[in-house]
Design a protein around this ligand. Structure first.
Ligand code: NAD
Length: 492
């Protein structure tokens, strides 16, 4: 049996329905929706969509869990459950990788090298935090002449609605579920309608790991239906969302009713700045990975490539060589280095931007066409001689399209980098230590990498500002974002 057939069989076998209050729910008043393989354009399976009653039940069961055994459980025991979850995920990593490739269209090595190891590491990281949520003792000047004892405690924020995108649903799901459970919250996960399958597998693991019913609920459904019901549900205490700025705004508006906190991760137009003193071969490899990994469907994609004029022509050639070596194909074929985009809409959106780039006068130095084959494929594309005012330099394309812009000096490089509606990630390629530290502080980005593209690690906080959203996931910041800080004062 080929790996593709194994993956397809796994996808067909999954319980394709909401998981609520510890049970799989097959009855819904909503229409099921099809999950389509981006490579074959064939339907993989039909999924039962969570309707209003299920959204109600999921939120309610989250509160029931908080009021019950889960709410009373000590941090160390929560940590053990998270460790068990991590171990089960590691044991099933091959299945997850296969289904993620099938569902998202990404080449097989990516979930094996990035998504699954990162998801497991995220559960392990937060398993370790679950019993370390401490407060502070704060000396004060007392109360009406009497001494006081003041201290802070961190409490779980409550029921967290987690809404994930289709580009890396397992890993981004882990980024939201693991800190929330470590903090003692309950989670209602709404996975992306285009790639919901591995999130259903996460629900299976929660059941096996022994989390009490209601601690993790998974509600497959479309954004405009299930997603919308969830973000407007008065019982949701916090919304953690990753996706487009347009939907992010809808989420923030819904959350404003009741002043519920949000964590919003909304993508970027991240600069990769290559200085003349950079090691050019390593920089070209890193920059190409930064723009083409995961078909460019990455919130941190380094899609604005700023190159020092002294090395501009040489560097454009090096990048074009790397684009030409990309092998488009079925994620399950050995040798494939780039898969298909998620759906026809995304493919057409990318094609539209490629057309705009041409119309606005940028020079195509790689790709630029749509391959003549089935599946939602686009060629890895590079535009040279672009300016930062062009649409392809300003808007997030979310596909394998890089825009190369020359600069003359450090001041101009930073000015171009920061002239963006986004501020998520940035990469600097330089061997000058002083320049690296100085410019890393000046560039507008929640995460800056020097001489490497956006290293992932659950210990490192992740998020941005401007249209890239607000709040941080991962690290201690990600844990604290799922808590309320309470101050307690005893008048002695
Ligand atoms: P989206 O923002 O529409 O969807 C993201 C998630 O939000 C999905 O789970 C979706 O079902 C849900 N959603 C959609 N509308 C909703 C609503 N009204 N209420 C509640 N939930 C809702 O993103 P998309 O359609 O998947 O992709 C569109 C664009 O978003 C992409 O082209 C890309 O630019 C961007 N994007 C960014 C990221 C990222 O990591 N920052 C990830 C995926 C997509």
């Amino acid at each position: 049996m080929s790996q593709r057939s194994v993956a397809e069989a796994l996808a067909r076998k999954l319980p394709a329905m909401p998981f609520v209050a510890g049970h799989w729910q097959s009855h819904s008043s909503a229409q099921p929706f099809d999950v389509v393989d981006p490579v074959t354009e064939q339907t993989l399976t039909a999924v039962v969509e969570a309707d209003a009653a299920m959204v109600d039940r999921a939120v309610e069961s989250g509160h029931d869990a908080l009021d019950g055994e889960w709410g009373r459980m000590d941090g160390a025991t929560r940590g053990e459950l998270l460790h068990t979850f991590a171990r089960l995920l590691e044991e099933r990593a091959e299945d997850f990788a296969n289904v993620e490739s099938l569902d998202v269209g990404k080449p097989g090595f990516e979930p094996r090298v990035i998504d699954l190891p990162q998801a497991v590491a995220t559960f392990r990281h937060y398993a370790g935090w679950a019993d370390k949520l401490t407060g502070q003792t704060i000396p004060t000047s007392g109360y009406m002449g009497r001494s006081t004892l003041s201290y802070t405690v961190r409490q779980p924020i409550g029921v967290v609605a987690a809404i994930t995108p289709w580009n890396s649903p397992t890993m981004i799901g882990a980024w939201k579920i693991a800190p929330a459970l470590a903090a003692g919250c309950a989670v209602v996960l709404k996975p992306p309608e285009d790639a919901p399958l591995t999130s259903l597998m996460l629900a299976e693991l929660a059941e096996q790991a022994g989390f009490p019913a209601g601690v993790l609920n998974v509600l497959p459904g479309r954004g405009v239906t299930t997603g919308n019901l969830l973000i407007n549900h008065a019982g949701v205490d916090k919304i953690s969302f990753t996706g487009s700025p347009e939907t992010g705004q809808i989420v923030a508006t819904a959350a404003a009713k009741g002043f519920r906190p949000t964590t919003l991760e909304l993508g970027g137009k991240s600069p990769q700045i290559v200085f003349a003193d950079a090691g050019l071969t390593a920089a070209a490899d890193g920059v190409a990975a930064g723009v083409f990994a995961n078909q460019g469907e990455v919130c941190a994609a380094g899609s604005r490539i700023l190159v020092a004029r002294d090395i501009y022509d040489d560097f454009v050639d090096l990048l074009a060589e790397r684009a030409a070596k990309v092998v488009l194909g079925d994620p399950f074929d050995e040798g494939t280095t780039m898969g298909a985009l998620i759906n026809a809409r995304q493919r057409d959106r990318v094609a539209h931007y490629v057309e705009r780039g041409r119309e606005e006068g940028a020079r195509v130095v790689a790709g630029g066409s749509r391959p003549d084959r089935a599946g939602f494929f686009v060629e890895p594309t590079l535009f040279a001689d672009a300016s930062n005012t062009m649409t392809i330099a300003r808007e997030e394309i979310f596909g394998p399209v890089g825009t190369i812009i020359p600069f003359d000096d450090d001041e101009q490089a930073i000015a171009i980098a920061n002239d963006s509606d986004y501020a998520l990630a940035a990469t600097l390629w330089t061997t000058d230590l002083s320049r690296a530290h100085t410019l890393a502080r000046r560039v507008d980005a929640g995460a800056v990498a020097v001489n490497g593209w956006s290293p992932l690690d659950p210990r490192l906080p992740w998020g941005g500002w401007k249209l890239s959203g607000h709040g941080r996931e991962l690290g201690l910041a990600g844990l604290e974002a799922d808590t309320e800080l309470k101050t307690i004062t005893i008048v002695l």
